[in-house]
Design a protein around this ligand. Sequence first.
Ligand SMILES: O=C(O)CCC(=O)C(=O)O
Ligand SMILES: [Mn+2]
Length: 229
Amino acid sequence: MAVRPMYLLPAPPAAASGTRSRCQIPASGDALCVFRRCPTQPLSIPGLRILPALLSPEEAQAAMEALLAAIPWEDQVITMFGRTVPMPRRIQMFGPHGYRYSGVVHPPRPLLPLLDALRLRIEAATALPFNAVLANLYRDGHDSVGFHRDDDYAHGGQPAVASLSLGAVRRFRLQHRKDRTRSLDLELAAGSLLLIDGEARTEWLHALPRTRLPVGPRINLSYRHMVAR
Ligand SMILES: O=C(O)CCC(=O)C(=O)O
Ligand SMILES: [Mn+2]
Protein backbone atom coordinates (compact mmCIF):
# COMPACT_ATOMS: atom_id res chain seq x y z
CA MET A 1 0.00 0.00 0.00
CA ALA A 2 1.31 3.48 -0.83
CA VAL A 3 2.48 5.46 2.14
CA ARG A 4 0.37 8.59 2.46
CA PRO A 5 2.33 11.78 3.03
CA MET A 6 2.42 13.17 6.52
CA TYR A 7 2.92 16.85 7.05
CA LEU A 8 5.64 18.64 8.92
CA LEU A 9 4.36 20.89 11.64
CA PRO A 10 5.99 24.30 11.98
CA ALA A 11 7.51 25.00 15.37
CA PRO A 12 7.81 28.24 17.25
CA PRO A 13 10.80 30.19 15.98
CA ALA A 14 13.93 29.77 18.09
CA ALA A 15 13.83 33.43 19.06
CA ALA A 16 10.21 33.29 20.15
CA SER A 17 11.03 33.43 23.81
CA GLY A 18 7.96 33.85 25.97
CA THR A 19 5.46 33.32 23.19
CA ARG A 20 3.20 30.41 22.66
CA SER A 21 2.41 29.52 19.09
CA ARG A 22 -0.84 27.98 17.97
CA CYS A 23 -0.99 25.86 14.93
CA GLN A 24 -4.04 25.48 12.72
CA ILE A 25 -4.05 21.98 11.35
CA PRO A 26 -5.30 21.74 7.77
CA ALA A 27 -8.51 19.75 7.50
CA SER A 28 -7.65 18.04 4.25
CA GLY A 29 -3.94 17.51 4.47
CA ASP A 30 -2.78 19.26 1.34
CA ALA A 31 -1.49 22.37 3.06
CA LEU A 32 1.02 23.05 5.77
CA CYS A 33 -0.11 24.31 9.14
CA VAL A 34 -0.40 28.05 9.49
CA PHE A 35 0.67 29.99 12.55
CA ARG A 36 -1.63 32.57 13.99
CA ARG A 37 1.24 34.57 15.36
CA CYS A 38 4.21 33.87 13.16
CA PRO A 39 2.94 32.63 9.80
CA THR A 40 6.24 33.17 8.04
CA GLN A 41 8.37 30.78 10.12
CA PRO A 42 8.94 27.62 8.13
CA LEU A 43 10.70 25.90 11.03
CA SER A 44 9.53 22.54 12.25
CA ILE A 45 9.96 20.39 15.32
CA PRO A 46 12.12 17.60 13.90
CA GLY A 47 10.24 14.35 14.10
CA LEU A 48 6.74 15.82 14.57
CA ARG A 49 4.32 15.08 11.75
CA ILE A 50 0.57 14.98 11.38
CA LEU A 51 -1.85 13.21 9.14
CA PRO A 52 -5.00 15.32 9.63
CA ALA A 53 -7.44 12.60 8.58
CA LEU A 54 -6.14 9.06 8.88
CA LEU A 55 -9.79 8.13 9.51
CA SER A 56 -12.86 9.64 7.90
CA PRO A 57 -15.30 11.35 10.31
CA GLU A 58 -17.61 8.32 10.04
CA GLU A 59 -14.79 5.85 10.78
CA ALA A 60 -13.59 7.97 13.70
CA GLN A 61 -17.10 8.17 15.17
CA ALA A 62 -17.64 4.42 14.81
CA ALA A 63 -14.25 3.65 16.40
CA MET A 64 -14.99 6.04 19.28
CA GLU A 65 -18.31 4.37 20.08
CA ALA A 66 -16.93 0.86 19.74
CA LEU A 67 -13.85 1.48 21.90
CA LEU A 68 -15.75 3.35 24.61
CA ALA A 69 -17.75 0.16 25.10
CA ALA A 70 -15.16 -2.52 24.36
CA ILE A 71 -12.07 -1.36 26.27
CA PRO A 72 -11.99 -2.46 29.91
CA TRP A 73 -11.09 1.01 31.16
CA GLU A 74 -9.21 1.18 34.45
CA ASP A 75 -9.03 3.88 37.09
CA GLN A 76 -5.53 4.30 38.45
CA VAL A 77 -3.85 6.50 40.99
CA ILE A 78 -0.69 8.56 40.67
CA THR A 79 1.70 9.39 43.48
CA MET A 80 3.37 12.78 43.31
CA PHE A 81 5.47 14.35 46.05
CA GLY A 82 4.20 11.73 48.51
CA ARG A 83 0.52 12.33 47.70
CA THR A 84 -1.62 9.70 46.01
CA VAL A 85 -4.43 11.08 43.85
CA PRO A 86 -6.76 9.59 41.23
CA MET A 87 -5.29 9.62 37.72
CA PRO A 88 -7.31 12.27 35.84
CA ARG A 89 -8.24 9.95 32.96
CA ARG A 90 -9.06 6.28 32.48
CA ILE A 91 -6.55 4.03 30.76
CA GLN A 92 -5.86 0.56 29.43
CA MET A 93 -2.66 -0.94 28.04
CA PHE A 94 -2.50 -3.50 25.23
CA GLY A 95 0.63 -5.20 23.93
CA PRO A 96 2.86 -8.25 24.05
CA HIS A 97 4.97 -7.12 27.02
CA GLY A 98 4.24 -5.99 30.53
CA TYR A 99 4.60 -2.24 31.03
CA ARG A 100 5.21 -0.30 34.22
CA TYR A 101 3.28 2.94 33.72
CA SER A 102 2.86 5.55 36.46
CA GLY A 103 3.95 2.99 39.04
CA VAL A 104 1.43 0.34 37.97
CA VAL A 105 2.52 -2.85 36.20
CA HIS A 106 0.27 -3.68 33.26
CA PRO A 107 0.44 -7.34 32.22
CA PRO A 108 0.67 -8.32 28.54
CA ARG A 109 -2.77 -8.01 26.90
CA PRO A 110 -3.59 -8.78 23.26
CA LEU A 111 -4.87 -5.90 21.16
CA LEU A 112 -8.63 -5.97 20.58
CA PRO A 113 -9.46 -6.66 16.89
CA LEU A 114 -10.36 -3.01 16.23
CA LEU A 115 -7.16 -1.80 17.89
CA ASP A 116 -5.22 -4.22 15.72
CA ALA A 117 -7.00 -3.05 12.55
CA LEU A 118 -6.14 0.56 13.44
CA ARG A 119 -2.55 -0.52 14.14
CA LEU A 120 -2.31 -1.88 10.58
CA ARG A 121 -3.72 1.37 9.15
CA ILE A 122 -1.13 3.33 11.11
CA GLU A 123 1.72 1.07 10.03
CA ALA A 124 0.65 1.50 6.40
CA ALA A 125 0.45 5.29 6.77
CA THR A 126 3.77 5.69 8.55
CA ALA A 127 5.85 2.75 7.30
CA LEU A 128 6.83 2.14 10.94
CA PRO A 129 6.16 -0.90 13.15
CA PHE A 130 3.86 -0.74 16.19
CA ASN A 131 2.86 -3.61 18.48
CA ALA A 132 1.38 -1.98 21.58
CA VAL A 133 -1.09 0.74 22.44
CA LEU A 134 -1.84 2.82 25.52
CA ALA A 135 -5.49 3.87 25.40
CA ASN A 136 -6.49 7.02 27.29
CA LEU A 137 -10.07 8.08 27.97
CA TYR A 138 -10.61 11.74 28.86
CA ARG A 139 -14.19 11.81 30.10
CA ASP A 140 -14.55 15.59 29.96
CA GLY A 141 -12.52 18.78 30.30
CA HIS A 142 -11.46 17.86 33.85
CA ASP A 143 -9.42 14.94 32.54
CA SER A 144 -5.88 15.59 31.38
CA VAL A 145 -2.32 14.35 31.17
CA GLY A 146 0.61 16.38 32.49
CA PHE A 147 3.86 17.18 30.71
CA HIS A 148 5.96 14.10 30.00
CA ARG A 149 8.04 12.36 27.36
CA ASP A 150 7.24 8.84 26.19
CA ASP A 151 10.63 7.54 27.32
CA ASP A 152 9.69 5.01 30.01
CA TYR A 153 9.75 1.76 28.02
CA ALA A 154 12.15 -0.31 25.87
CA HIS A 155 11.45 0.37 22.17
CA GLY A 156 14.08 -1.85 20.55
CA GLY A 157 15.27 0.90 18.21
CA GLN A 158 11.76 1.95 17.10
CA PRO A 159 11.02 4.94 19.33
CA ALA A 160 8.26 6.63 17.30
CA VAL A 161 4.87 7.08 18.96
CA ALA A 162 1.78 7.31 16.75
CA SER A 163 -1.08 9.06 18.49
CA LEU A 164 -4.60 8.66 17.10
CA SER A 165 -7.34 10.97 18.37
CA LEU A 166 -11.05 10.09 18.57
CA GLY A 167 -14.01 12.00 19.97
CA ALA A 168 -13.86 15.58 21.21
CA VAL A 169 -11.27 18.02 19.89
CA ARG A 170 -8.76 18.82 22.63
CA ARG A 171 -5.71 21.04 22.80
CA PHE A 172 -2.37 19.23 22.78
CA ARG A 173 0.60 21.23 24.05
CA LEU A 174 4.28 20.72 23.25
CA GLN A 175 6.96 22.47 25.27
CA HIS A 176 10.73 22.34 24.82
CA ARG A 177 12.20 20.58 27.82
CA LYS A 178 15.13 22.99 28.24
CA ASP A 179 13.47 26.22 27.11
CA ARG A 180 9.98 26.20 28.53
CA THR A 181 9.14 29.46 26.80
CA ARG A 182 9.05 27.58 23.50
CA SER A 183 5.73 25.83 23.13
CA LEU A 184 3.25 24.85 20.50
CA ASP A 185 -0.48 24.15 20.78
CA LEU A 186 -2.30 21.85 18.40
CA GLU A 187 -6.04 21.20 18.26
CA LEU A 188 -6.23 17.45 17.70
CA ALA A 189 -9.42 16.47 15.89
CA ALA A 190 -11.05 13.07 15.64
CA GLY A 191 -9.35 10.84 13.08
CA SER A 192 -6.04 12.73 13.13
CA LEU A 193 -2.76 10.92 13.59
CA LEU A 194 0.18 12.68 15.24
CA LEU A 195 3.59 11.05 14.86
CA ILE A 196 6.05 11.91 17.62
CA ASP A 197 9.56 10.85 16.71
CA GLY A 198 13.12 12.19 16.75
CA GLU A 199 13.68 15.42 18.68
CA ALA A 200 9.94 15.87 19.11
CA ARG A 201 10.10 12.84 21.39
CA THR A 202 13.49 13.35 23.03
CA GLU A 203 13.69 17.15 23.40
CA TRP A 204 10.06 18.19 23.76
CA LEU A 205 7.51 17.42 26.47
CA HIS A 206 3.83 17.07 25.65
CA ALA A 207 0.62 17.36 27.64
CA LEU A 208 -3.15 17.48 27.28
CA PRO A 209 -4.20 20.29 29.64
CA ARG A 210 -7.52 20.52 31.41
CA THR A 211 -10.04 22.85 29.83
CA ARG A 212 -13.01 24.84 31.12
CA LEU A 213 -14.73 24.42 27.77
CA PRO A 214 -17.67 22.02 27.84
CA VAL A 215 -16.13 19.09 25.96
CA GLY A 216 -17.34 15.53 25.56
CA PRO A 217 -15.24 12.39 25.88
CA ARG A 218 -12.05 11.89 23.91
CA ILE A 219 -10.06 8.71 23.36
CA ASN A 220 -6.40 8.84 22.50
CA LEU A 221 -4.66 5.73 21.23
CA SER A 222 -0.93 6.03 21.70
CA TYR A 223 0.67 3.32 19.56
CA ARG A 224 4.23 2.30 20.39
CA HIS A 225 6.77 -0.36 19.55
CA MET A 226 7.72 -2.20 22.74
CA VAL A 227 10.22 -4.97 23.46
CA ALA A 228 10.88 -6.89 26.67
CA ARG A 229 13.21 -5.07 29.05
O1 LIG B 1 -4.03 12.22 24.76
C1 LIG B 1 -3.07 12.57 24.12
O2 LIG B 1 -3.17 13.16 23.03
C2 LIG B 1 -1.69 12.31 24.65
C3 LIG B 1 -1.54 11.01 25.41
C4 LIG B 1 -0.12 10.74 25.76
O3 LIG B 1 0.71 11.60 25.67
C5 LIG B 1 0.32 9.39 26.18
O4 LIG B 1 -0.50 8.49 26.32
O5 LIG B 1 1.53 9.20 26.37
MN1 LIG C 1 2.76 10.80 25.74
